[in-house]
Write a protein that binds this ligand. Structure first.
Ligand SMILES: [Zn+2]
Length: 251
C-alpha cells in the first residue's frame, strides 16, 4: 500500500486586471520533506502569493520547489522573480513544456497570438498586441527536472497528461485525498465546469479527450486554477461538460 501523505493547500490569489476583479488558485503541496508551489501567477505576483500563503500559515520561504503545469504566463510569468528571491527552489515541469519555460523554444501561445492577429477586427488589436508583448517579455527560467506521465511526483502524486489547452499541459492527482489539481484542463464558471477559453484552446478535440481521461479518477476535490475548488457533483458536472462538447454539431 502506498502512503503519499501529501497535503494540498489551495491558495486564493485575488487581483485586479484591466479594472476587473479576478482570482487565481495556485496550490501548495506539502509532505515531510518538500513544499512545492504548483504554478505561480503573472510577473509581479510574488507578494500576492505570499499573502495568500500566509493566510494558510504557510510562507514561500519554506518552499523547496515550483511545479509548472504549462507555459502560459499566468502560470509561470512570476517564476523568474520567485527563483531570484529563493535561488534554492527547484523548478519542475512536464517534459514537453520544459523548453518553453526555459526559453529554448518560442512560446506556442505567442505563435498562436501572432497567427490570429491579422484576422482580428480592429477593436481588440491593441489589446492583442499588448498580450503579445507580455508573452515576449516573460523571463525564462531553467528547468531542473522534468516529469512524464509514467512518473510520480513527491513520492505519490500522479502526473496526468491533459493536452488540449496546450500540448504539454498536465494535471496532478493526489490519491490520499482524492484531489485533482486540474490546472487549465478545465475551469469553474457559474458552479459548472467549462473548458478554459475554448476559442484559444490549441486542440479542442484533445481537450475533450483529456476530460474523459480525468473522469476515470475518483475525485473528491477538483482544484481549477481559474475558479477554485469544486467538491460537489464532480462526476455529474464533468459528464455534462463532456457531453456539451460531444454533440454531433461540434465534431
Ligand atoms: Zn493556461
Amino acid at each position: 500500500m502506498r502512503e503519499s501523505s501529501v497535503v494540498v493547500y489551495v491558495l486564493e490569489v485575488r487581483f485586479n486586471y484591466n479594472g476587473k476583479e479576478d482570482a487565481l488558485y495556485p496550490v501548495v503541496l506539502k509532505n515531510k520533506h518538500q513544499m512545492i508551489l504548483v504554478d505561480c501567477g503573472y510577473a509581479g505576483f510574488m507578494p500576492l502569493i505570499e499573502e495568500a500563503a500566509q493566510k494558510q500559515d504557510l510562507s514561500l520561504q519554506e518552499l523547496t520547489g515550483v511545479f509548472i503545469t504549462h507555459h502560459d504566463i499566468d502560470h509561470f510569468g512570476g517564476l523568474a522573480e520567485l527563483k531570484n528571491r529563493y535561488p534554492v527552489l527547484a523548478v519542475y515541469s512536464p517534459v514537453i513544456e520544459a523548453p518553453y519555460i526555459s526559453g529554448k523554444e518560442k512560446s506556442v501561445r505567442l505563435t498562436q497570438a501572432e497567427s490570429l492577429f491579422e484576422s482580428l477586427p480592429e477593436d481588440p488589436k491593441p489589446g492583442a498586441l499588448y498580450f503579445q508583448e507580455m508573452l515576449k517579455n516573460v523571463q525564462s527560467v531553467e528547468v531542473d527536472a522534468v516529469f512524464s506521465e509514467a512518473e510520480t511526483f513527491m513520492d505519490g502524486v500522479a502526473i496526468i497528461n491533459t493536452p488540449g489547452h496546450m500540448s504539454g499541459h498536465v494535471s496532478l492527482y493526489v490519491p490520499e485525498s482524492q484531489t485533482l489539481i486540474a490546472a487549465d484542463a478545465l475551469v469553474i464558471e457559474h458552479d459548472e465546469f467549462e473548458i478554459a477559453n475554448p476559442a484559444f484552446t490549441l486542440d479542442l478535440e484533445d481537450a475533450v479527450e483529456s476530460l474523459k481521461k480525468l473522469k476515470r479518477f475518483e475525485i473528491k476535490r477538483m482544484v481549477c486554477y481559474h475558479g477554485g475548488v469544486m467538491e460537489e457533483e464532480i462526476e455529474a458536472k464533468l459528464a455534462r461538460l463532456i457531453s456539451r462538447y460531444s454533440r454531433p454539431s461540434f465534431v
